[in-house]
Each structure stands twice: as C-alpha cells, then as structure tokens.
Design a protein around this ligand. Structure first.
Ligand SMILES: [Zn+2]
Length: 164
C-alpha cells in the first residue's frame, strides 16, 4: 500500500499495511496511517457503478433521440397524431385530423388506414380510405374527415396510420 507523510508529503510504498504509528524517515513526523485498501476497492466499485449508470443513461438518451429523429425524418408524410379527433355524428363515428408533408418535396398521399377498437382492445373495424387529395405540397397539411362503419357505442379508441 502507499502511504504519504502528512507533514512533508513524502510517499512510501509498503508491502504490508502498518500496524499502528509510523515515523517519516525524512522529517521525523509520526502519524497513524489509515488503511485505504478496502476504501480504494469500495471507491473503485462505486466509480465503476457510476460510470456504468452514466453509460446506460447516455445510451438510453441516444436511443430516445434516435427514435424521435427516425419518426420525423424517415417519414416525410405522416398523420399528426395530436390533431386526431373522433366525434359521434348522426350515430356514426367521424374521425378527422391532419396529414403532414414535412419534406421539401411534393408528396403523393398514401391510403389512410383507420382501426377502431372496442372493449379489451378488440379490433372492431379496419378501414382503408383514399386521401382527399392525391398530392400534398411541401411543408403543408391536408385535413381528412372519415366516417367509420361501426356502432359508436362499441368504440373505445381509434388508431390512424398511413399505408406504407
Ligand atoms: Zn515526513
């Protein structure tokens, strides 16, 4: 183990931990060295643990960023999930929302697939709709409005996606 004189800071490399007081050969100072062996091991362990946690948090953050980026970047045309509304009109479920063209190019619109779910997430209907227009200008949105052929009482939620 390594001990350092408290007074003159001379370092000594000892094969064994000293039992009791030691005296510095340089300045004559005497002191009781603490035994740092287990502490070092513990500190190293904690440091390694911290590094591991930091690495995990970092990897996780990268993963989230990557996922978010992917969702936006790989799909130039997507349904704005926050814009989706489903209301009951004349005893029918009417689903409306916006399709976004987030790219710099004119984009063709794919079919809109609307799935309705009932109790326990059972699929009630899975309907494909033609978009209201065939093309969407760069950086613009197109609104849609579709009526589902399902009893409104049964519908618990709807999911909307574009046909790839
Ligand atoms: Zn000393």
């Amino acid at each position: 183990m390594k001990i350092t004189c408290n007074f003159c800071k001379t370092e000594y490399e000892l094969k064994k931990a000293p039992k009791g007081m030691v005296k510095c050969a340089v300045c004559g100072h005497t002191w009781l060295p603490h035994k740092p062996v287990w502490q070092n091991t513990l500190l190293k362990f904690i440091a390694a643990l911290c590094a591991l946690i930091a690495a995990c948090v970092f990897a996780f953050a990268v993963m989230i960023t990557y996922k978010e980026k992917k969702a936006v970047e790989t799909k130039p045309v997507y349904v704005d999930q926050a814009s989706i509304q489903s209301v009951v009109q004349d005893n029918h479920v009417v689903v409306s929302g916006y399709i976004v063209n987030n790219s710099e190019d004119l984009q063709g619109l794919p079919k809109v697939i609307i799935t309705s779910f009932g109790e326990n997430d059972v699929v009630l209907t899975n309907q494909k709709f033609l978009p209201p227009v065939t093309l969407v200008e760069p950086k613009t949105t197109v609104s849609f409005n579709y009526t589902l052929s399902v009893n409104p009482v049964d519908v618990k939620r709807v999911a909307i996606e574009l046909k790839e």
